[in-house]
Design a protein around this ligand. Sequence first.
Ligand SMILES: CC(C)(COP(=O)(O)OP(=O)(O)OC[C@H]1O[C@@H](n2cnc3c(N)ncnc32)[C@H](O)[C@@H]1O)[C@@H](O)C(=O)NCCC(=O)NCCS
Ligand SMILES: Nc1ncnc2c1ncn2[C@@H]1O[C@H](COP(=O)(O)OP(=O)(O)OP(=O)(O)O)[C@@H](O)[C@H]1O
Length: 186
Amino acid sequence: MGKSAVAGMFRSLGVPVFDADAAVHRLQGPGGRLLPAIEALFPGTTSAAGIDRAAIGKAVFGNAPALAALERIVHPAVAEERRSFLRRHRSRPIVVLDIPLLFEKGGADLVDLVVVVSAPAWMQRRRVLKRPGMTVEKFRRILKLQTSDAVKRRRADVVIETGTTRQRTRAEVAHLVTCMRAKLRR
Ligand SMILES: CC(C)(COP(=O)(O)OP(=O)(O)OC[C@H]1O[C@@H](n2cnc3c(N)ncnc32)[C@H](O)[C@@H]1O)[C@@H](O)C(=O)NCCC(=O)NCCS
Ligand SMILES: Nc1ncnc2c1ncn2[C@@H]1O[C@H](COP(=O)(O)OP(=O)(O)OP(=O)(O)O)[C@@H](O)[C@H]1O
């Protein structure tokens, strides 16, 4: 939908962003501290270079108990990284948490304002299918695991549209940051 692109726009305006996906990649990457636990769960899927993402993706997308077991390893570690990010930026008036599964995992209570990044379904599909290793079937399985865009939009405090030009999206982000800064000064 463009979360990472929008996160970059917040960063360029001086707002610190916690990137949950990047934290997952660090924890599962070369020397990552979750490698032993993941190896025990899915033998033969890790090496010194990190996890084999394609193999684990195949094992968990479409297999609810396997995905839940992986999440029990990954999510507490990500929560720890997030707390450490918040401690490091305690003095900052605004921070952004870029969290792909905010509603699915009950994270909406963590934040003062929920910003949903959204584009039309056909555009999401076109962007996702361009990614290396993505197939129509994998995309279908992942979508089924996630809260629908319509529900996310209803639950959002603010929606940032990425179905338009980057310039318009950047203007929406800048407007939001300006409003938040003005509100905090009051
Ligand atoms: C299974 C893994 C190894 C597959 O890695 P891969 O590089 O192939 O895919 P990637 O991480 O880019 O995810 C692809 C898409 O699936 C979605 N997705 C990933 N994990 C989940 C999940 N637990 N539930 C629903 N959707 C998910 C992502 O948001 C993304 O849209 C990886 O997704 C993973 O470790 N997932 C569990 C951790 C997690 O919940 N991460 C997302 C939130 S922080
Ligand atoms: N107006 C726009 N705003 C944001 N992104 C746009 C826009 N137009 C095109 N894009 C493109 O759409 C893609 C969105 O991908 P991005 O990685 O930001 O999504 P994401 O939501 O973080 O994905 P995931 O959670 O699956 O990793 C990027 O390639 C980005 O350049």
